[in-house]
Ligand binder design. Sequence first.
Ligand SMILES: Nc1ncnc2c1ncn2[C@@H]1O[C@H](COP(=O)(O)OP(=O)(O)OP(=O)(O)O)[C@@H](O)[C@H]1O
Length: 281
Amino acid sequence: MVAERQVAVLPDGEVAGPAPAPGGSARPLLEVAGLRAGYGTRVVLHDVSFTVEAGQRVAVVGPNGAGKSTLFKCVAGVLRPLAGAVRVQGGPVAYAPQREAVNWHFPATVWDVVMMARYPYYGLWRRPRPEDREAVAEALEQVGMAGLARSPIQDLSGGQQQRVFLARALAQRARLVVLDEPFNAVEEGAQAAVIEALSRLRERGVALLVSTHDLDFVAGSDWFDRVMVLNGRILAFGPPQQVCGRPSATGSPSMVRWAQPARWAAWASSAPSESRDGGTA
Ligand SMILES: Nc1ncnc2c1ncn2[C@@H]1O[C@H](COP(=O)(O)OP(=O)(O)OP(=O)(O)O)[C@@H](O)[C@H]1O
């Protein structure tokens, strides 16, 4: 039986029951329904609904403060939604927060940090088993960090820190991997290794939810299956060519828009109507 982790809070505080499978079909790996989230009295996300299927790669883009990290925290179960539901099929979510959100001065080695992902799998004696060590070694190999396994994490460059996060997500062997700006500060050469490691996950049916400010990468490659444009609510959600292939009147996507929220919002609101339904395309 496939395990289901559910983070679901209805407006009256009642925990939601499992969603009915429409027409008896298999449920999506991730289902977010009517999510409202924020901090204290401040609501950051309004009525966010979407689904992610096994093996899909979804880019989440939006200006600073759009609520991308907030959405990811809700999906990872780190932040409790104010309303709505987050349903995840198939066990734990591997979550790599933004690099800045972590205390990198903590006295630990690369190996230790990646091994933390294996804690839930430890056996009776709560010690790493050979398969845990294997999973960690394989994950470090995949992101090109095997040679730095014994290095203290405080000695790493920004890009190396990102790759440690990614290795942790890989070692966790989760079916849903949520990465908050994984390409941020990753050196040119290392970015290819990271993308290759992420590409391999699809073969295992792993779904990816990735936030990025690199709109050129999102729009200019067919690496992502879906793009979500988020700014407090979902402005567009669909295949990259549908969401990013703008009419020339508003110009082609470029990083400039991220620095100019008003122009960016105009661009986003010019999305074809079929890609603005907030659901899966
Ligand atoms: N712990 C917190 N307490 C209060 N407000 C918060 C907290 N974390 C985020 N916020 C606020 O919530 C809003 C959304 O922040 P969030 O980090 O989700 O946006 P983002 O899209 O990830 O932004 P960026 O691209 O800059 O990382 C911002 O206005 C932010 O200041």
